[in-house]
Design a protein around this ligand. Structure first.
Ligand SMILES: Cc1cc2nc3c(=O)[nH]c(=O)nc-3n(C[C@H](O)[C@H](O)[C@H](O)COP(=O)(O)OP(=O)(O)OC[C@H]3O[C@@H](n4cnc5c(N)ncnc54)[C@H](O)[C@@H]3O)c2cc1C
Length: 469
């Protein structure tokens, strides 16, 4: 799908001397083939690919520092790449330049089970990490569905299904090693649980989408695997009943580990995709973590609340394989929904509101999609007040795209008016840049711009994302 920003892209060929120096650093780990550039010039957004001129695969912090140092010297844009699952145009090379793929920096650097911390390289994915630490009885809970890299998750301040219980990357990153725009290596934070030592640079880099520095090590909090886990699904007569069940559950302080909403379109899509037979109505999917007794107690309270709102078909999945099947279906929802309109592309968007406004925001957004006759689904991590809208459009039809973007704009305006945010977890990339002023105001955006100018004076780090130069 075309985008005006793309037309304004300022591209210039990579200087010959720069390429020679980069080749000397990376040898066969530098590629300029079209296939490699195409792979790194697209994400899961609806935008057409925008290719970097070259891709390098880094193996160490020092290599990243050397590459960024060269980019600084030759004023070449540089984009960090984890697994490319971001949804808002984050990794598109608007002005060309090089892409540093961090996926081969995927080691666990240090594990401290007694402190509940682990330090990793940025390319390790969340599933890989959990396999590596499984034997310690600990786990890393943040789960954005996609098997994203920990570096990419830190850079987008990701969250997902477990955030209602364990928080987002903001709460779970303790310390970072970062390569700055000048190619220097800095450390932020420590393994201490808390600190009052100066400006909180860790939190400046978390969510900065590769525009302030490249993260090469991340120290994370990890958690004991729960003694007991159980999952349940139930269906509701309408969306409001499902959402009100969630609101009451959260307001009563029930510590659910996950609570996910799927509208009837989402349920139909996963039934077809995953060969399930869930009732094709609004659905909530719960997971409870704790002791045997605690899990039972939480589940009973939730079941009572749900029954008050007319829930039916409460089904429990206590065996790990049944739980995995359910959650796998939930995680497949994005791709399942895409199949609802063959040949279409998805405009995906998310917003997040205070929990008491969730039903209103979600219902008005649903009504807007229906009014505009858009093939869509709404799913969400509703325990956080966060939902996602996936709208399927014909990529060759500008009117179709404009209708979906209209729904997105109105959803964002609605969320902001409710004291919420234009994105709960997907981030800004290119797609949400225009909404930042609406959310934060000119003064705060000027301050963000000043930060960008201070951290990246030559505007080489993922230029054209988050704030305008
Ligand atoms: C099916 C599906 C479901 C999803 N569900 C969720 C969800 O529930 N919650 C959620 O939060 N997200 C979700 N996402 C979005 C996506 O998975 C997250 O944004 C994820 O955090 C991106 O990680 P990545 O490794 O793919 O990063 P990439 O896409 O490779 O990069 C994302 C951004 O981070 C920057 N970056 C990457 N690595 C580094 C680094 N080491 N240092 C500095 N900058 C870096 C990139 O330059 C880019 O700006 C979903 C995506 C898909 C496809």
């Amino acid at each position: 799908m075309n985008h005006p920003v793309q037309l304004a892209a300022l591209k210039r060929p990579l200087p010959e001397a720069f390429l020679t120096a980069l080749q000397a650093l990376f040898g066969e780990r530098l590629s300029t083939t079209l296939a490699m550039r195409e792979h790194h010039g697209r994400d899961e957004s609806s935008y057409d690919p925008m290719l970097p001129d070259a891709v390098v695969f880094a193996h160490s912090t020092e290599e990243v520092a050397a590459a960024v140092g060269l980019c600084n010297q030759y004023k070449v844009p540089v984009i960090a790449y984890g697994t490319g699952t971001s949804l808002e145009g984050h990794i598109l090379a608007l002005s060309g330049g090089i892409c540093i793929d961090l996926s081969q920096m995927n080691r666990v650097v240090a594990l401290h089970p007694q402190d509940l911390t682990v330090t990793v390289e940025p390319g390790i994915t969340r599933k890989q990490l959990n396999i590596e630490i499984r034997d310690t009885g600990l786990f890393f809970p943040i789960d954005p569905g996609a098997d994203a890299s920990i570096g990419g998750m830190a850079a987008t301040r990701a969250s997902g299904t477990n955030a209602v219980r364990y928080g987002t990357m903001r709460e779970n990153v303790l310390a970072l090693t970062v390569v700055t725009a000048e190619g220097k290596i800095i450390k932020t934070g420590t393994r201490a649980k808390k600190s009052s030592a100066g400006y909180d640079l860790t939190r400046v880099f978390v969510g900065s989408e590769g525009t302030l520095g490249i993260i090469t090590e991340i120290t994370l909090k990890i958690y004991p695997q729960p003694e007991a886990i159980s999952a349940a699904v139930c269906s509701f007569p309408d969306i409001a009943s499902a959402v009100n069940t969630v609101i009451q559950t959260i307001q009563m302080g029930v510590p659910v580990a996950r609570v996910e909403f799927l509208d009837e379109n989402g349920v139909k899509a996963i039934n077809k995709h995953d060969k399930l037979t869930l009732p094709e109505k609004s659905l909530l999917l719960f997971e409870f973590h704790g002791s045997e007794h605690g899990v039972k107690e939480q589940a009973e309270v939730v079941q009572e609340i749900a029954a008050e709102y007319g829930a039916t078909g409460f089904e429990w999945a206590t065996r790990p394989e049944d739980r995995t099947r359910l959650w796998q279906a939930r995680h497949n929802a994005y791709f399942a929904i895409l199949q609802m309109r063959p040949g279409s592309r998805a405009i995906s968007t998310d917003c997040c509101v205070p929990i008491s406004r969730l039903a209103e925001c979600l219902l008005e957004t649903k009504a807007d999609c229906e009014r505009e006759n858009i093939v869509h689904s709404i799913i969400g991590h509703v325990g956080d007040g966060n939902f996602h809208v996936q709208m399927l459009v014909d990529p060759t039809d500008p009117a179709d795209i404009a209708r979906a973007e209209g729904v997105n704009e109105r959803m964002v305006a609605r969320a902001i008016a409710m004291d919420g945010t234009c994105t709960g977890e997907h981030g800004v990339g290119m797609h949400k840049m225009d909404f930042l002023i609406q959310e934060h105001g000119e003064g705060a955006i000027d301050m963000m711009r000043a930060l960008k100018h201070a951290f990246d004076p030559e505007n080489i780090l993922n230029p054209g994302k988050i704030v305008r130069w």
